[in-house]
Design a binder for this molecule. Structure first.
Ligand code: MF3
Ligand code: CO
Ligand code: CO
Length: 310
């Protein structure tokens, strides 16, 4: 991952000018509350409590009928947790409060919140507000009217992970931000619609670049989709590059993610900066970033979105 370190004490009072219409302060780091506990009966992924970081598993996740059954259950719970998170988004609530509520719901369903303790991540979900592109840590910042917030939920149930994220609107969001969010979701849906056995992963990148290009949005190519199932992150790494190798296989599960940023100063791919917390990636020019992610199952005839509630 690329990015330069910013001092956590730097104050981001620079204002962002959105097409000359709206000025908004940049997001700055707030206090992060203490770590939440998980009841001992809940089965943890093997990386939790281990001193070595989990490597990205080199084999793709291809499942038999039992595995598919577990993936469907994991997907359904991840989707319900994300819908619950959506219902909490409103001006005044802190991302810490959202994290605590979703944490409670996930453990109540007998599952483990996969980010908690993954490479030292201190919270159960990722919350990325405005120009925070991904892996934002829930903290004591109250959401403001006009914010956009990506909430990324991954759960581990009966030995299987499912991963999904959406960008939500908080209160009255300006038209530019609303369009960025809508187009980004649309891009992901269009890409999902072409998925199926034998389809090359590189087809997906073409769709994103096509649609994003029409709106002048930058395409996020550093943040990648990934195999998911028994492991949180496995092959393939799906990053929309032209040379992306491989085809989708029946029985395979992977998380497909798409992010884009508003046209401001950046053109082409997005430049990021990494906060001192080593997780929070913000767009270098302060432009708004939206992102959506689904866990997919390739079936014999097409694709099933495991993290979509029917
Ligand atoms: N859910 C994220 C993904 O899409 C990963 C979060 S891991 C964390 O892959 F450590 F940052 F939480
Ligand atoms: Co995710
Ligand atoms: Co993911």
């Amino acid at each position: 991952m690329k990015g330069t370190s910013l001092g956590a004490t730097v104050h981001y009072f620079t204002t962002r000018l959105l097409n000359g219409i709206q000025k908004q302060e940049k997001i700055k780091p707030y206090k992060v509350s203490s770590i939440q506990s998980v009841p001992s009966h809940i089965i943890r992924p093997s990386y939790v409590g281990s001193i070595s970081n989990p490597a990205i598993v080199k084999d793709p996740e291809v499942h038999d009928d039992t595995g598919i059954h577990h993936m469907r259950n994991a997907g359904r719970l991840a989707a319900s947790a994300l819908e619950y998170a959506r219902s909490l988004v409103k001006p005044g609530i802190t991302t810490d409060e959202i994290d605590k509520a979703v944490h409670k719901m996930i453990i109540g369903a007998g599952a483990y919140p996969s980010p908690l303790g993954y490479k030292g991540f201190p919270k159960s979900i990722c919350t990325s507000v405005n120009e925070v592109a991904f892996h934002g840590i829930p903290d004591l910042r109250p959401l403001e009217d006009g914010d956009i917030i990506n909430i990324d939920v991954t759960i581990y149930l009966n030995g299987y992970h499912a991963d999904t994220s959406k960008t939500f609107l908080c209160g009255n969001v300006n038209n530019n931000a609303m369009q960025l969010v809508e187009v980004t979701e649309d891009c992901l849906e269009k890409a999902i619609s072409v998925c199926g056995p034998g389809v090359e992963f590189k087809e997906l990148g073409k769709i994103f670049i096509d649609i994003a290009g029409k709106y002048g949005y930058s395409v996020d190519t550093s943040y990648a989709g990934h195999g998911i199932g028994k492991h949180f992150h496995s092959a393939p790494c799906i990053n929309f590059c032209e040379d992306q190798a491989g085809c989708m296989m029946a029985g395979q599960t992977f998380a497909l993610v798409y992010g884009s940023a508003e046209p401001l100063l950046s053109l082409g791919s997005i430049e990021y900066e990494l906060w001192d917390d080593n997780y929070t990636f913000v767009t270098a020019d302060g432009s708004l970033s939206a992102q959506f992610e689904h866990t997919l199952l390739i079936t014999k005839t097409g694709v099933e979105i495991l993290t979509k509630l029917s």
